[in-house]
Design a protein around this ligand. Structure first.
Ligand SMILES: Cc1ncc(COP(=O)(O)O)c(C=O)c1O
Length: 395
Protein backbone atom coordinates (compact mmCIF):
# COMPACT_ATOMS: atom_id res chain seq x y z
CA UNK A 1 0.00 0.00 0.00
CA UNK A 2 2.69 2.48 1.02
CA UNK A 3 4.45 2.07 -2.31
CA UNK A 4 1.22 2.95 -4.13
CA UNK A 5 0.75 5.99 -1.92
CA UNK A 6 4.20 7.31 -2.86
CA UNK A 7 3.08 7.29 -6.50
CA UNK A 8 0.13 9.56 -5.74
CA UNK A 9 1.22 11.77 -2.85
CA UNK A 10 4.21 13.97 -2.30
CA UNK A 11 6.36 13.00 0.66
CA UNK A 12 6.72 13.50 3.55
CA UNK A 13 3.38 12.14 4.72
CA UNK A 14 2.00 10.16 7.63
CA UNK A 15 -0.14 7.11 6.95
CA UNK A 16 -2.02 4.91 9.39
CA UNK A 17 -3.17 1.32 8.97
CA UNK A 18 -6.70 1.10 10.38
CA UNK A 19 -6.47 -2.67 10.79
CA UNK A 20 -3.57 -2.27 13.20
CA UNK A 21 -5.55 0.19 15.33
CA UNK A 22 -8.52 -2.21 15.32
CA UNK A 23 -6.17 -5.03 16.34
CA UNK A 24 -4.97 -3.00 19.35
CA UNK A 25 -8.53 -2.28 20.46
CA UNK A 26 -9.51 -5.93 20.05
CA UNK A 27 -6.41 -7.05 21.93
CA UNK A 28 -7.14 -4.85 24.95
CA UNK A 29 -10.76 -6.00 24.95
CA UNK A 30 -9.65 -9.65 24.82
CA UNK A 31 -7.59 -9.52 28.01
CA UNK A 32 -10.32 -10.98 30.21
CA UNK A 33 -10.27 -8.22 32.76
CA UNK A 34 -12.98 -9.27 35.15
CA UNK A 35 -14.12 -5.93 36.51
CA UNK A 36 -16.07 -2.94 35.20
CA UNK A 37 -13.79 -0.82 33.01
CA UNK A 38 -13.85 1.62 30.09
CA UNK A 39 -11.24 2.71 27.58
CA UNK A 40 -10.65 6.40 26.93
CA UNK A 41 -8.26 7.23 24.06
CA UNK A 42 -5.63 9.77 25.06
CA UNK A 43 -6.15 12.32 22.30
CA UNK A 44 -2.71 13.89 22.70
CA UNK A 45 -1.18 10.81 21.04
CA UNK A 46 -3.01 11.53 17.80
CA UNK A 47 -5.68 14.22 17.66
CA UNK A 48 -6.75 13.70 14.05
CA UNK A 49 -10.57 13.85 13.84
CA UNK A 50 -10.73 10.64 11.79
CA UNK A 51 -8.66 8.75 14.36
CA UNK A 52 -10.70 10.02 17.31
CA UNK A 53 -13.88 9.17 15.42
CA UNK A 54 -12.63 5.65 14.75
CA UNK A 55 -12.33 5.16 18.51
CA UNK A 56 -15.80 6.58 18.98
CA UNK A 57 -17.13 3.96 16.57
CA UNK A 58 -15.52 1.35 18.82
CA UNK A 59 -17.27 2.75 21.92
CA UNK A 60 -14.10 4.30 23.27
CA UNK A 61 -14.18 7.67 25.04
CA UNK A 62 -11.54 10.40 25.07
CA UNK A 63 -9.06 11.81 27.54
CA UNK A 64 -8.02 15.36 26.72
CA UNK A 65 -5.54 17.83 28.16
CA UNK A 66 -6.75 21.15 26.75
CA UNK A 67 -9.85 22.94 25.50
CA UNK A 68 -8.52 22.42 21.96
CA UNK A 69 -8.47 18.65 22.42
CA UNK A 70 -11.88 18.80 24.08
CA UNK A 71 -13.27 20.73 21.11
CA UNK A 72 -11.78 18.18 18.69
CA UNK A 73 -13.09 15.19 20.66
CA UNK A 74 -16.61 16.63 20.61
CA UNK A 75 -16.26 17.56 16.92
CA UNK A 76 -15.20 13.96 16.24
CA UNK A 77 -18.48 12.77 17.74
CA UNK A 78 -17.53 11.71 21.25
CA UNK A 79 -20.28 12.36 23.76
CA UNK A 80 -19.03 14.71 26.52
CA UNK A 81 -20.24 12.14 29.06
CA UNK A 82 -17.38 9.97 27.74
CA UNK A 83 -14.67 12.61 28.00
CA UNK A 84 -12.24 13.27 30.85
CA UNK A 85 -9.86 16.23 31.10
CA UNK A 86 -6.45 16.19 32.77
CA UNK A 87 -3.77 18.86 32.63
CA UNK A 88 -1.04 20.13 34.93
CA UNK A 89 -1.85 23.80 34.35
CA UNK A 90 -5.31 24.14 32.88
CA UNK A 91 -6.24 27.62 31.79
CA UNK A 92 -9.40 29.28 33.04
CA UNK A 93 -11.06 28.74 29.67
CA UNK A 94 -10.15 25.00 29.70
CA UNK A 95 -12.01 24.58 32.99
CA UNK A 96 -14.99 26.74 32.05
CA UNK A 97 -15.39 24.96 28.71
CA UNK A 98 -15.17 21.53 30.37
CA UNK A 99 -17.78 22.60 32.95
CA UNK A 100 -20.30 23.90 30.44
CA UNK A 101 -19.86 20.84 28.21
CA UNK A 102 -20.72 18.69 31.27
CA UNK A 103 -17.94 16.20 30.60
CA UNK A 104 -17.56 12.99 32.56
CA UNK A 105 -14.84 14.25 34.90
CA UNK A 106 -12.36 17.07 35.41
CA UNK A 107 -9.24 15.69 37.08
CA UNK A 108 -7.63 18.43 39.12
CA UNK A 109 -3.85 18.48 39.49
CA UNK A 110 -3.67 21.60 41.68
CA UNK A 111 -5.80 22.24 44.76
CA UNK A 112 -6.57 25.80 43.61
CA UNK A 113 -8.41 24.49 40.52
CA UNK A 114 -11.37 23.57 42.66
CA UNK A 115 -12.14 27.20 43.56
CA UNK A 116 -12.87 28.05 39.93
CA UNK A 117 -14.74 24.79 39.33
CA UNK A 118 -16.99 25.45 42.32
CA UNK A 119 -17.64 29.14 41.64
CA UNK A 120 -18.24 28.74 37.90
CA UNK A 121 -20.46 25.69 38.41
CA UNK A 122 -22.47 27.76 40.88
CA UNK A 123 -22.71 30.65 38.41
CA UNK A 124 -24.00 28.26 35.73
CA UNK A 125 -26.10 26.30 38.23
CA UNK A 126 -24.40 23.05 37.28
CA UNK A 127 -23.10 20.14 39.30
CA UNK A 128 -19.62 19.29 38.03
CA UNK A 129 -17.95 15.93 38.49
CA UNK A 130 -14.30 16.12 39.37
CA UNK A 131 -11.45 13.81 40.32
CA UNK A 132 -8.08 14.31 41.95
CA UNK A 133 -4.92 13.20 40.18
CA UNK A 134 -2.50 11.79 42.72
CA UNK A 135 1.27 12.02 42.56
CA UNK A 136 2.19 8.68 44.18
CA UNK A 137 5.96 9.21 44.20
CA UNK A 138 6.60 6.22 41.95
CA UNK A 139 9.42 6.07 39.41
CA UNK A 140 7.96 4.45 36.29
CA UNK A 141 11.48 3.57 35.06
CA UNK A 142 10.87 5.07 31.65
CA UNK A 143 12.39 7.90 29.58
CA UNK A 144 12.98 10.69 32.10
CA UNK A 145 11.17 13.29 30.01
CA UNK A 146 7.95 11.25 30.02
CA UNK A 147 7.97 10.16 33.66
CA UNK A 148 5.12 11.87 35.52
CA UNK A 149 4.62 10.17 38.90
CA UNK A 150 7.84 10.86 40.79
CA UNK A 151 8.17 13.17 43.77
CA UNK A 152 9.20 16.52 42.33
CA UNK A 153 7.28 16.02 39.07
CA UNK A 154 4.77 18.72 38.18
CA UNK A 155 1.85 16.32 37.72
CA UNK A 156 -0.78 15.38 40.27
CA UNK A 157 -0.99 16.23 43.96
CA UNK A 158 0.71 14.50 46.89
CA UNK A 159 -1.88 12.75 49.07
CA UNK A 160 -0.84 14.58 52.27
CA UNK A 161 -1.67 17.90 50.63
CA UNK A 162 -5.29 17.00 49.87
CA UNK A 163 -8.06 18.04 52.25
CA UNK A 164 -10.67 15.45 51.23
CA UNK A 165 -13.12 16.69 53.94
CA UNK A 166 -13.22 20.06 52.21
CA UNK A 167 -13.43 18.60 48.69
CA UNK A 168 -16.35 16.36 49.62
CA UNK A 169 -18.40 19.20 51.10
CA UNK A 170 -18.70 21.40 48.01
CA UNK A 171 -22.16 22.27 46.76
CA UNK A 172 -21.64 22.42 43.02
CA UNK A 173 -18.68 20.08 42.60
CA UNK A 174 -18.94 16.35 43.10
CA UNK A 175 -15.81 14.40 44.07
CA UNK A 176 -16.24 11.36 41.88
CA UNK A 177 -12.83 10.00 40.95
CA UNK A 178 -9.19 9.50 41.82
CA UNK A 179 -6.68 9.30 39.02
CA UNK A 180 -3.09 8.40 38.38
CA UNK A 181 -0.74 8.32 35.39
CA UNK A 182 2.91 7.72 36.21
CA UNK A 183 4.38 8.05 32.73
CA UNK A 184 4.46 6.83 29.18
CA UNK A 185 6.24 3.98 27.34
CA UNK A 186 6.31 1.93 30.59
CA UNK A 187 7.79 -1.51 30.04
CA UNK A 188 7.65 -2.77 33.64
CA UNK A 189 4.09 -3.85 34.43
CA UNK A 190 4.92 -3.99 38.15
CA UNK A 191 5.29 -0.23 38.19
CA UNK A 192 1.79 0.20 36.78
CA UNK A 193 0.37 -2.30 39.28
CA UNK A 194 2.16 -0.47 42.11
CA UNK A 195 0.50 2.79 41.07
CA UNK A 196 -2.96 1.13 40.84
CA UNK A 197 -2.51 -0.33 44.32
CA UNK A 198 -1.66 3.13 45.68
CA UNK A 199 -4.88 4.46 44.20
CA UNK A 200 -7.04 1.56 45.39
CA UNK A 201 -5.59 1.87 48.92
CA UNK A 202 -6.38 5.56 49.00
CA UNK A 203 -9.92 5.00 47.70
CA UNK A 204 -10.55 2.25 50.27
CA UNK A 205 -9.24 4.49 53.05
CA UNK A 206 -11.55 7.26 51.96
CA UNK A 207 -14.44 4.83 51.74
CA UNK A 208 -13.85 3.78 55.34
CA UNK A 209 -14.09 7.44 56.30
CA UNK A 210 -17.43 7.77 54.50
CA UNK A 211 -16.36 9.30 51.18
CA UNK A 212 -17.88 7.88 48.03
CA UNK A 213 -15.36 7.41 45.27
CA UNK A 214 -17.05 5.94 42.20
CA UNK A 215 -14.26 5.85 39.61
CA UNK A 216 -10.56 5.08 39.61
CA UNK A 217 -8.68 6.34 36.58
CA UNK A 218 -5.55 4.24 36.04
CA UNK A 219 -4.16 6.39 33.18
CA UNK A 220 -2.24 5.03 30.21
CA UNK A 221 1.46 4.41 29.74
CA UNK A 222 1.58 1.00 28.01
CA UNK A 223 4.80 0.63 26.06
CA UNK A 224 5.20 -0.28 22.42
CA UNK A 225 8.19 -2.00 20.85
CA UNK A 226 10.80 0.56 19.99
CA UNK A 227 14.58 0.34 19.76
CA UNK A 228 15.70 -0.43 23.34
CA UNK A 229 12.14 -0.88 24.63
CA UNK A 230 10.04 -4.00 24.79
CA UNK A 231 6.28 -4.11 24.84
CA UNK A 232 4.47 -4.51 28.14
CA UNK A 233 3.85 -8.02 29.41
CA UNK A 234 0.07 -7.75 29.15
CA UNK A 235 -0.53 -11.31 30.31
CA UNK A 236 1.13 -10.63 33.66
CA UNK A 237 -0.33 -7.14 33.85
CA UNK A 238 -3.88 -8.51 33.39
CA UNK A 239 -3.31 -11.35 35.86
CA UNK A 240 -2.02 -9.02 38.59
CA UNK A 241 -4.71 -6.49 37.86
CA UNK A 242 -7.49 -9.04 38.20
CA UNK A 243 -5.99 -10.04 41.56
CA UNK A 244 -5.89 -6.51 42.99
CA UNK A 245 -9.39 -5.73 41.71
CA UNK A 246 -10.92 -8.86 43.18
CA UNK A 247 -12.82 -7.31 46.08
CA UNK A 248 -13.29 -3.86 44.60
CA UNK A 249 -16.22 -2.55 42.63
CA UNK A 250 -14.90 0.79 41.49
CA UNK A 251 -15.48 1.76 37.86
CA UNK A 252 -12.08 1.74 36.20
CA UNK A 253 -10.90 3.98 33.36
CA UNK A 254 -7.79 3.31 31.28
CA UNK A 255 -6.41 6.09 29.10
CA UNK A 256 -4.04 4.51 26.57
CA UNK A 257 -2.69 6.70 23.81
CA UNK A 258 0.58 5.40 22.41
CA UNK A 259 -0.42 1.72 22.61
CA UNK A 260 -3.55 2.22 20.50
CA UNK A 261 -2.03 4.17 17.61
CA UNK A 262 1.78 4.09 17.54
CA UNK A 263 2.25 0.90 15.58
CA UNK A 264 -0.33 1.83 12.96
CA UNK A 265 1.61 4.88 11.80
CA UNK A 266 4.43 5.40 9.31
CA UNK A 267 6.20 8.54 8.23
CA UNK A 268 7.13 8.19 4.58
CA UNK A 269 10.00 10.35 3.47
CA UNK A 270 12.41 10.71 0.55
CA UNK A 271 16.18 11.02 0.29
CA UNK A 272 16.84 14.51 -1.08
CA UNK A 273 20.63 14.42 -1.06
CA UNK A 274 23.54 12.28 0.03
CA UNK A 275 26.81 13.80 1.13
CA UNK A 276 30.05 12.89 2.86
CA UNK A 277 31.18 14.86 5.91
CA UNK A 278 34.50 13.52 7.17
CA UNK A 279 33.94 9.82 7.68
CA UNK A 280 30.16 10.21 7.79
CA UNK A 281 27.68 9.39 5.06
CA UNK A 282 24.79 11.75 5.57
CA UNK A 283 21.45 11.17 3.86
CA UNK A 284 19.41 14.37 3.92
CA UNK A 285 15.68 13.70 3.91
CA UNK A 286 12.66 15.72 2.85
CA UNK A 287 11.31 15.46 6.42
CA UNK A 288 12.77 16.94 9.59
CA UNK A 289 12.13 17.35 13.30
CA UNK A 290 9.31 19.72 12.38
CA UNK A 291 7.40 16.65 11.19
CA UNK A 292 8.77 14.14 13.74
CA UNK A 293 10.52 15.52 16.80
CA UNK A 294 10.81 12.48 19.07
CA UNK A 295 14.35 11.42 18.00
CA UNK A 296 15.76 14.91 18.61
CA UNK A 297 13.69 15.57 21.72
CA UNK A 298 13.85 12.23 23.52
CA UNK A 299 16.95 10.71 21.93
CA UNK A 300 14.99 7.68 20.77
CA UNK A 301 15.99 5.70 17.69
CA UNK A 302 13.05 5.22 15.35
CA UNK A 303 12.73 2.03 13.33
CA UNK A 304 13.48 2.65 9.68
CA UNK A 305 12.99 0.67 6.49
CA UNK A 306 13.97 1.38 2.93
CA UNK A 307 10.86 1.05 0.78
CA UNK A 308 12.46 -0.69 -2.22
CA UNK A 309 16.12 -1.37 -2.58
CA UNK A 310 17.93 -4.24 -4.29
CA UNK A 311 21.40 -3.37 -3.02
CA UNK A 312 23.03 -6.21 -1.09
CA UNK A 313 25.74 -3.91 0.21
CA UNK A 314 25.12 -2.06 3.42
CA UNK A 315 26.86 0.99 4.80
CA UNK A 316 26.33 3.29 7.75
CA UNK A 317 24.34 6.50 7.37
CA UNK A 318 23.31 9.41 9.50
CA UNK A 319 19.75 10.30 8.55
CA UNK A 320 19.31 14.05 8.82
CA UNK A 321 16.37 16.38 8.32
CA UNK A 322 16.02 19.64 6.47
CA UNK A 323 15.57 22.02 9.39
CA UNK A 324 18.32 24.52 10.17
CA UNK A 325 19.29 22.94 13.49
CA UNK A 326 22.30 20.76 14.28
CA UNK A 327 20.09 18.44 16.34
CA UNK A 328 17.83 17.67 13.37
CA UNK A 329 18.78 14.00 13.00
CA UNK A 330 16.53 10.94 12.98
CA UNK A 331 19.28 8.33 13.39
CA UNK A 332 23.05 8.16 13.47
CA UNK A 333 25.25 5.36 12.17
CA UNK A 334 22.37 3.23 11.01
CA UNK A 335 23.29 0.43 8.64
CA UNK A 336 21.21 0.53 5.44
CA UNK A 337 21.46 -0.74 1.88
CA UNK A 338 23.31 1.77 -0.27
CA UNK A 339 20.88 4.64 -0.74
CA UNK A 340 20.18 6.68 -3.81
CA UNK A 341 18.73 10.14 -4.14
CA UNK A 342 14.96 9.92 -4.59
CA UNK A 343 14.64 6.70 -2.63
CA UNK A 344 11.83 6.37 -0.05
CA UNK A 345 12.37 5.55 3.61
CA UNK A 346 9.69 4.62 6.12
CA UNK A 347 9.90 5.50 9.80
CA UNK A 348 7.78 2.89 11.55
CA UNK A 349 5.63 2.96 14.71
CA UNK A 350 5.23 6.73 14.62
CA UNK A 351 1.44 6.91 14.84
CA UNK A 352 1.60 8.30 18.38
CA UNK A 353 3.21 11.61 19.29
CA UNK A 354 4.35 11.93 15.66
CA UNK A 355 1.98 14.18 13.80
CA UNK A 356 0.59 15.46 17.11
CA UNK A 357 4.00 16.88 18.11
CA UNK A 358 4.77 18.24 14.65
CA UNK A 359 5.15 21.96 14.11
CA UNK A 360 5.64 24.43 11.31
CA UNK A 361 9.13 25.38 12.49
CA UNK A 362 11.17 26.82 9.63
CA UNK A 363 7.73 27.58 8.10
CA UNK A 364 7.42 24.04 6.85
CA UNK A 365 3.85 23.00 6.00
CA UNK A 366 2.50 20.30 8.32
CA UNK A 367 2.26 17.10 6.29
CA UNK A 368 -0.55 15.14 4.72
CA UNK A 369 -2.09 12.28 6.71
CA UNK A 370 -3.72 9.19 5.23
CA UNK A 371 -5.79 6.41 6.80
CA UNK A 372 -5.85 3.11 4.93
CA UNK A 373 -7.48 -0.25 5.24
CA UNK A 374 -6.35 -3.05 2.92
CA UNK A 375 -6.37 -1.42 -0.53
CA UNK A 376 -8.59 1.52 0.36
CA UNK A 377 -7.28 4.79 1.63
CA UNK A 378 -8.44 8.32 2.32
CA UNK A 379 -6.75 11.57 3.13
CA UNK A 380 -7.58 12.57 6.72
CA UNK A 381 -5.54 15.75 6.77
CA UNK A 382 -4.42 17.70 3.78
CA UNK A 383 -0.94 19.15 3.73
CA UNK A 384 -0.78 22.78 4.89
CA UNK A 385 -0.70 25.21 2.01
CA UNK A 386 1.74 28.11 1.94
CA UNK A 387 -1.28 30.32 2.61
CA UNK A 388 -2.03 28.27 5.79
CA UNK A 389 1.38 29.31 7.08
CA UNK A 390 0.21 32.95 7.10
CA UNK A 391 -3.15 32.26 8.76
CA UNK A 392 -3.92 34.54 11.69
CA UNK A 393 -0.93 36.78 11.05
CA UNK A 394 -1.39 40.49 10.48
CA UNK A 395 1.14 42.57 8.55
C1 LIG B 1 -3.09 11.75 32.16
C2 LIG B 1 -2.64 10.99 30.96
N1 LIG B 1 -3.31 9.88 30.61
C3 LIG B 1 -2.94 9.14 29.55
C4 LIG B 1 -1.84 9.48 28.79
C5 LIG B 1 -1.47 8.61 27.63
O1 LIG B 1 -0.25 8.02 27.81
P1 LIG B 1 0.26 6.89 26.80
O2 LIG B 1 0.26 7.49 25.45
O3 LIG B 1 1.60 6.56 27.27
O4 LIG B 1 -0.67 5.74 26.91
C6 LIG B 1 -1.10 10.62 29.13
C7 LIG B 1 0.10 10.96 28.35
O5 LIG B 1 1.07 11.44 28.81
C8 LIG B 1 -1.52 11.40 30.23
O6 LIG B 1 -0.84 12.49 30.60
Amino acid sequence: MIEDLTKTYETPFYCYDQKIIQGKIDFLKSLNLNFNYSLYFSVKANPNLAIINFFKQNNIGATVVSSGELFKAIRAGINPSNIVINGSSKNEFDLKYAITQKINCINIENIQEIDLIESYSKEKNLKTNFGVRINPGIDAQTIDKISTGKTGDKFGIEIEQIDFEKLAKLNYSNLKALSIHIGSQITNYNKLIESYIALIDLANNLKNKGFEIETLNFGGGFSIPEEGYKSLDFKMWAEELNKIMKNNNYKIIFEPGRFLVAESGSLVTKVNYIKKSGSKNIALLDSSFSEYIRPAFYNINPMVEVLKNNSQNKIKYDLAGGVCETSDFFLRDVELPILEVGEFLIFKNVGAYGSSMSSTYNSRPRPLEILFKNNDHRVIRSKDTLEDLCNNEIM
